[in-house]
Design a protein around this ligand. Sequence first.
Ligand code: FMN
Length: 214
Amino acid sequence: MANSPEQPKVVILYDTKSEGGSTDRFIDKLGMTFAETGAYVEKVKCKTKADYSFVHEFDIVVMGAPVYYLVVSSELLGAIIQSNLRRNLRRKNIALFLTCGSPEPMANLLYMPQMKAHLLTNKILEEKVFAPNELSDDNIVSTYVNRILRSHRLATRSRNASMQWSDEALDMLDQIPSFFRNRVKTATEEYAEEMGYTTITLDVIDEAKAQLEG
Ligand SMILES: Cc1cc2nc3c(=O)[nH]c(=O)nc-3n(C[C@H](O)[C@H](O)[C@H](O)COP(=O)(O)O)c2cc1C
């Protein structure tokens, strides 16, 4: 399971109405660009009514879609608003993108807030409006990916630096199989950070576990 800050698990949640169209091709390129950095990456085409509990497994969630008739593509927006996606995005580091024909300032004003308005408590690592000619540009896609990864590393380091573990909590962490330990550590630190705890004790681990399971 690759989930150190250098090799995060990334999921790309997207939508498009055009099968094999510009967004589909862009998603393939985006996935390959992440994979080339050593990240583990999966892509999931959104449906409004779906179970998004798998999002818990990922360190970075990249989300985006085209704009059609002034609105971000409906299955992605629908998933954010109507499914359990938003609940599963809590404490996640998120990157956003749009593919659209409008100039960037207009897209930032009119379209990006359609997603961001529902993600106010999330850390947004990076956001980018891709013009049609930018979708297949290796350099532009690469810059977007590198900015996301850099921002994720900084966010993870700053959390690690501010979070203490009690001796008992560290003992407990050591008992967890190594392939699963980083995931538990990250999830517990994310929970503690949200709750305003600066030290992780056995009680905090229990609370985090109960919340994840509930
Ligand atoms: C029917 C249709 C409506 C569109 N409406 C808008 C729009 O309102 N604003 C905008 O900026 N771009 C608009 N676009 C441009 C698309 O967002 C852009 O071309 C996008 O890359 C298309 O993605 P796709 O190939 O996956 O469908 C529209 C495109 C189509 C085909």
